[in-house]
Design a protein around this ligand. Structure first.
Ligand code: FAD
Length: 505
């Protein structure tokens, strides 16, 4: 049990996303009664954001529970709160191990306006899956034979295609290479990277998947946030409170070691601050957000870890142009044999980066709604365009790929995560030259171990980017919040032996 003095300690959490809420929930449950969340915006949830599209709800941010099974706390909470369809609760659903890639029924369309036969695409689909699987193994082997994920996939795909597809005609081989380009773009969306050339091969396999067939929230992901918030005392979160500076190691006459400055001039003193701002925000604002600045090893890790953009473009149609059982539509550009995952002329051709659409199901609930996915700088450029221009580009794209010159979406809505000043992108990926040490550095509290002249655990770090194997997910973010709450709980419960210092660069 924590000491009385511990439970009285003043704890400020910066950010009311799922990690901040989770940290507060655990601390309050344990008996800490001076916990406050300062949130920059007018709402809780951060990158969990449910919106309206016509009469339907849609997810502007997080979409699925990845790996909904017993080990996934988001799944367990959603089940407890009654937020899931009976199908998601089915033990068979929880047992399926998809390795992060759901076995979706795919409709393939080519840029010459033809629908391609799915079975004809299998050799290329299988080759790509094989390469992803192999890439995931380098993390545990501790070797990195190529400079990036992109380099590995491109080099190996060419070599293996040469060997394995010799007997095929030139057209088929070319089409399959175009499919690899498409899948590279899809991977950019999954990783939230501009190109797979920016993703570390050695660290790609640090990300771990959980068993379970990805599922969604019937009434929206924000249901999770609302239920968790209901467990917190009223008034614990203060909105419209963008924190501009965290002053730590305060020694001069201050009653507490940390002082948090809010943009409007308010100052809040604290014994502990849990920072949950997204990595994108940290990359942009670390220099002004911390005084003294972040230690060098932590700063280098902030810079080495990747944080990119992945956006959604929802489009609704009067009637479907895809198969009844279709779950994802992939678009193959017939001039992309060269394994490209980025566009040369972003302003003119940004739409080429959109790898395809997922189909919102069930149709009875959603009507005929697709969600387009676009990553990278092309996605960031898309955010700057007027809605009509995006609508026009998507309409032309669909007309080109279906060969139907009159298809017109009824309405459209896109996300703009890069322009969100409190997020500055979508989620974290392991950038080139990253290692597990970078994730360890990101979650390390300040002052760093060894600086014993200052009070410990002044600034703690949570948020998806700080989870060692579930970064980029809601469950990773939630677990990171609980982890930092536990750190404080155990700090006040016992004082363990000091840990040895390691080189962190
Ligand atoms: C398009 C998209 C799709 C996704 N799909 C999935 C998915 O299907 N499944 C999945 O598991 N995950 C998905 N994710 C990732 C998931 O949404 C995040 O990993 C998770 O929500 C992050 O939670 P967090 O608490 O770490 O950060 P956030 O939710 O970003 O919370 C941080 C909070 O800090 C606030 N803040 C920032 N700066 C300041 C400041 N200076 N002062 C005060 N407050 C500040 C922000 O306003 C925000 O509320 C997706 C994300 C995106 C963008």
């Amino acid at each position: 049990m924590a000491s009385r003095q511990g439970l009285d300690s003043q704890i400020v959490i910066i950010g009311s996303g799922i990690s901040g809420i989770a940290a507060a929930q655990k601390l309050v449950k344990y008996g800490f009664h001076n916990v406050r969340i300062l949130e920059a915006t007018v709402r809780s949830g951060g990158r969990i954001k449910t919106g309206k599209f016509g009469n339907n709800i849609i997810e502007i941010g997080a979409n699925w529970i990845h790996g909904p099974s017993e080990e996934n706390p988001v799944f367990c909470l959603a089940r407890e709160y009654g937020l899931l369809e009976p199908e998601a609760l089915n033990p068979e659903n929880q047992a399926v191990d998809i390795g992060g890639h759901p076995p979706w029924v795919t409709n393939w369309f080519s840029s010459s306006g033809k629908k391609l036969k799915a079975e004809d695409m299998n050799p290329a689909v299988d080759l790509f899956a094989e390469l992803l699987h192999e890439a995931g193994e380098f993390a545990s082997k501790g070797v990195e034979p190529h400079s990036s994920m992109g380099d590995f996939i491109r080099t190996e795909a060419r070599l293996r295609a040469e060997k394995q597809w010799q007997a095929e005609g030139a057209r088929t081989r070319a089409q399959w290479m175009c499919l690899i380009s498409n899948q590279l773009k899809l991977e950019c969306s999954i990783n939230g990277s501009h190109t797979m050339d920016e993703v570390s091969l050695g660290a790609f396999g640090l990300y771990k998947t959980l068993p379970g067939l990805d599922c969604t929230f019937t009434q929206g992901y924000e249901g999770l946030v609302k239920n968790l918030m209901a467990e917190l005392p009223g008034g614990l979160v203060t909105y419209r409170r963008p924190v501009s500076c965290v002053r730590w190691n305060n020694t001069e006459g201050a009653d507490r070691p940390v002082s948090v400055e809010v943009e409007d001039g308010e100052r809040v003193t604290a014994d502990h601050v849990i920072v949950t701002v997204p990595l994108g925000y940290l990359k942009r604002h670390h220099a002004t957000l911390f005084s003294p600045p972040l230690p060098l090893h932590k700063l280098l890790s902030v810079q080495r870890m990747g944080f990119g953009t992945n956006n959604k473009i929802f489009v609704e149609f009067d009637s479907p142009w895809w198969d009844v059982d279709c779950e994802v539509i992939c678009l193959l550009w017939e001039d992309e044999e060269d394994l490209v995952d980025q566009v040369a002329d972003v302003k003119r051709s940004w739409i080429r980066k959109l790898f395809g659409f997922t189909v919102l199901t069930p149709t009875e609930r959603y009507g005929h709604v697709l969600c387009g996915w676009i990553a990278g700088h092309e996605s960031e450029y898309m955010e700057t365009l007027p809605e009509q221009e995006v609508m026009h580009a998507v309409t032309q794209l669909i007309r080109t790929f279906t060969g139907n010159p009159i298809i017109t979406p009824r309405r459209m809505l896109r996300s703009q995560w890069f322009q969100d000043p409190w997020t500055c992108g979508s989620y974290t990926y392991p950038g080139r030259s990253c290692s597990s040490q970078d994730l360890a550095n990101l979650m390390e509290p300040l002052p760093s171990k060894g600086a014993s002249q200052f009070p410990p655990l002044q600034v703690l770090f949570a948020g998806e980017a700080t989870h060692h194997c579930y970064y980029s997910t809601v469950h990773g973010a939630l677990l990171s919040g609980w982890r930092e709450a536990d750190r404080l709980i155990s700090h006040y419960s016992s004082t363990g032996p000091p840990e040895p210092l390691h080189s962190k660069l």
